[in-house]
Design a protein around this ligand. Sequence first.
Ligand code: NAD
Length: 493
Amino acid sequence: MPVPATCRMNIGGKWIESVASTTEPVFNPSDGSIIARTPLCEASEIDQAVQAAKRAYPAWAETPAVDRARILFRYTHLLEQHFEELAQLVTREHGKTPVEARGSVRRGIEVVEFACGIPSLMMGESAEQIASGIDCDSIRQPLGVCAGITPFNFPAMVPMWMYPVAIACGNTFVMKPSEKVPLTAIRLTELLYEAGLPDGVMNLIHGGVDAVNALCTHPDIAAVSFVGSSPVAKHVYTTATSHGKRVQAAGGAKNFMVILPDADPAYTVEALIGSAYGCAGERCMAGSVAVAVDGAGDRVLPILLEALDDMKVGPTDRSPVSAMGPVVTRGHLDKVHGYIEQGLAAGATLYRDGRTVRVPEAPEGFYLGPTIFDDASTEMSIVREEIFGPVLSVIRTGDLGAAIDACNGSGFGNAAVLFTNDGGAAREFRHRISAGMVGINVGVPAPMAFFPFSGWNNSFFGDLHVQGKEGIQFYTRQKVTMSRWSWKDHSRG
Ligand code: NAD
């Protein structure tokens, strides 16, 4: 067996081996093999990356927005050319099915396409004669060196929420992908330089806790974008803001899906399966609690259980491709098993136990079949906490009001979903629900690149979200100028 290569960093446009003495394994979750190693970069290496970004900043910030956009246009072409290769990398290091991996790369490219509009996205406002002889205008300018810290579950899409927009705005960037999935971020960076990005505008470092803390406290970093679990998001927000940085920190989630008795059962089951079990439940938008209102459970559950029996779980990196792939590591698999045990101990009814799944063609892979609990309640950890695996818990309530109260009690606020044919119920749900992303008959209401990815409560720490106009606002600051000029009468005649 060849020795897995240790991932390289990119500092100032050059690919460099880290001197780190510690590395973490990167797995192919489909068969449990180690495919690479991530160095836990030294503090001095992180500083070198920040210094490279700092040196590149003045020239990049002065580069006209149309020229920055031209590089991003070339980048979109390269991303399209390498689309299948990028999707395969996502599958290889994360375990998503090819369809899921392609979907996630597509969502990432859409952010780059959005960022190509930077000349008009960065335009300010102006007003003439706001006082006698005085005009006023606002412009947007970049911040400086920005840092991005990302989770394991979307190796392409989540990094692409950050650096394309930051760079388009005229900032330079230091990226730290999850140590579990560094390979896609490396390829994305290679393609960015192939598109003609000047050296040092994008820098890539590797690591875990220490690297994150070094970025959050570094005096030369102006802003930090973070996506990951809520406790770490809160830590990053607190640490980096106390070191004077602008921060957007998206956290974990527990997304409730409310089913009213008038919802179409077949459509609802299809949407529930996509939301709860897509990407093996490793999605911040995964619906992990189904709230069945007034008998809806008895209409939907039998169809759901039958459909789960047909779901093939197995490797995603070979054919025939499975409908659901593995979770990311054995450690994560053990954690999800622990939640299933807690659900049983708390008295929930286990209708399907994913732990019984066997995958003879890849016995070392990190597999768990679709799991479903009924008779769960809001006090149980399987309903309160983020499991981040293919586990759906069903709770039953008498009316929509009780269902909304159950959702709003979770403390998270990423997404909430309602299945119904009643427009009035949909309107009430949208108004009263305490979540930033709402789906009405949409199981995964993940906004497109031109809308903000809008978590609330413990799912987001900060003010300005990633994507859309808020993304532009996050990576720029405004300058308002008031001008007074007196004029002579230049008209002739
Ligand atoms: P994580 O919080 O463990 O790791 C995220 C990043 O933080 C990684 O780069 C990691 O190296 C670093 N990190 C981990 N522990 C740290 C610590 N103690 N101190 C400092 N840095 C630390 O998250 P994960 O397991 O990689 O990803 C899954 C989580 O991400 C889930 O909670 C999921 O909901 C969340 N997520 C949220 C969104 C969103 O938009 N809200 C999107 C995707 C994923």
